[in-house]
Design a protein around this ligand. Structure first.
Ligand code: NI
Length: 411
């Protein structure tokens, strides 16, 4: 099954990863205690950088503001394979009651990016200790600001993917039992765009509507009307979500306000559908507003594209998962409209993101999901995560060299 790694290599790697496990649990808990949000990952980045330096890697900080990049050179020339983890936490108050719960009130690693960071550092240590198996270079990318869909672009602007031949990432998933991996060919996660809508009316007395232009009534009609961009304008076989997540207008019960402010999120599952959403939403909102004598201005802010892995890289993840974990622990991922900033990297180089199970062995569907204040992970997944990432880099670099693909010198 494995094209490069022998079963003896795999046994060696697993034994090493298992020895690392207690340290990685400590590291993950340290990160968990001190969650930092988008572009504020100062302490997280400093700790990661010092551990990567300690492992003998060449480390650069300040890539994409608070991002960290580290490189490990193999024994012989080969390609550059990137492994990416995200570092940021969320503005969510933790309610797990864990002994290592967040010490920053109102902030929490509720998406498990602490786990991803610990796994990447574990993979770096594992690969550094097995440099003799590695051809080419592995670039470890610790990305900031995944949660606001801004970190990948910031790192790209700083050249993070220069000379990269392929890239891999994982995300933990509490509804998948720990020790399992899920991936799929084609679209796997939705595109993410943001909308901001200002509806201008004319304020006045709540008892005298004829002397006012009510933006709340227009906003209500727009919230309803925008749904038809999906239900009436898309094929029933295409998917999209338009959610208005905030509607702010007025302060007093008997006053018609001047304006209403709406924000929302737009998700799609194909670039073609995503491309036409701005026109649909602008047309609907401006014309509905006009019908109510208001003016609507919609700002459409594209954030991340649909996440779809490169076909060969997805196969590589499947092959490595079968080899390391066995056929029964590899699942086909369910598509989701949740988005991932990693999709931005995938627009530039071939790669794949896979789900790493982090939930209970049974009744996983009852686990608290990502972004929940009671979100917890089974830390056993750290071993599988480290193994998957390290083995992907080794398989990928070895195959690339064997096939004689163009590669840069390692020294
Ligand atoms: Ni996440």
């Amino acid at each position: 099954m494995s094209k490069v790694l022998t079963s003896q290599h795999i046994a060696e790697l697993r034994a090493y990863a298992e020895r690392l496990h207690p340290e990685l649990v400590d590291l993950r808990r340290t990160l968990h205690r001190y969650p930092e949000t988008a572009f504020e990952e100062e302490k997280t980045a400093a700790l990661a950088a010092s551990l990567l330096e300690e492992a003998g890697l060449a480390v650069t900080t300040g890539i994409g503001r608070t991002g960290v990049v580290a490189e490990l050179r193999g024994a012989v020339p080969g390609p550059t394979i990137a492994l990416r983890a995200d570092m940021d936490a969320l503005p969510i108050g933790e309610e797990t009651g864990l002994p290592f719960a967040s010490e920053r009130a109102g902030f929490m690693h509720a998406c498990g990016h602490d786990v991803h960071t610990a796994i990447l550092i574990g993979a770096a240590r594992l690969l550094a200790a097995h440099r003799h198996l590695l051809a080419g270079t592995v670039r470890f990318i610790l990305q900031p600001a995944e949660e606001i869909n801004a970190g990948a672009k910031a790192m790209l602007a700083d050249g993070v993917l220069r000379d990269v031949d392929s890239i891999y990432a994982l995300h933990n998933l509490p509804t998948l039992p720990a020790g399992q991996v899920a991936v799929r060919q084609g679209p796997m996660m939705g595109s993410v765009d943001r909308i901001e809508l200002v509806i201008e009316g004319k304020g006045g007395h709540g008892a005298i509507p004829d002397q006012s232009i009510d933006p709340i009534v227009a906003a209500s009609a727009i919230v309803m009307g925008l749904q038809t961009a999906v239900s009436r304008e898309l094929s029933p076989f295409d998917s999209a979500v338009v959610t208005i997540g905030s509607l702010l207008a007025g302060e007093a019960n008997n006053v018609i306000p001047h304006r209403a402010l709406l924000t929302g999120t737009v998700r799609t599952f194909s670039p073609e559908v995503q491309e036409l959403m701005p026109e649909r939403l602008k047309r609907l909102s401006s014309h509905i507003a006009e019908a109510y004598r208001c003016k609507a201005e919609l700002r459409y802010i594209p954030q991340t594209p649909v996440l779809a892995g490169d076909a060969r890289c997805v196969e590589q993840v499947e092959r490595v998962a079968r080899t390391l974990l066995g056929e029964d622990r590899l699942k086909e991922a369910q598509p989701t409209m949740a988005g991932e900033d990693f999709a931005v990297f995938l627009q530039h180089v071939p790669g794949s993101l896979f789900w790493l199970g982090s939930g209970p062995a049974s009744r996983a569907e009852q686990a608290f999901g990502l972004h929940h204040p009671k979100f917890v992970v089974d830390e056993a997944c750290l071993v599988e995560g480290v193994l998957m990432m390290a083995a992907l880099a080794l398989e990928e670099s070895g195959q690339w060299t064997e096939r004689g693909r163009p590669h840069q010198a390692a020294d």
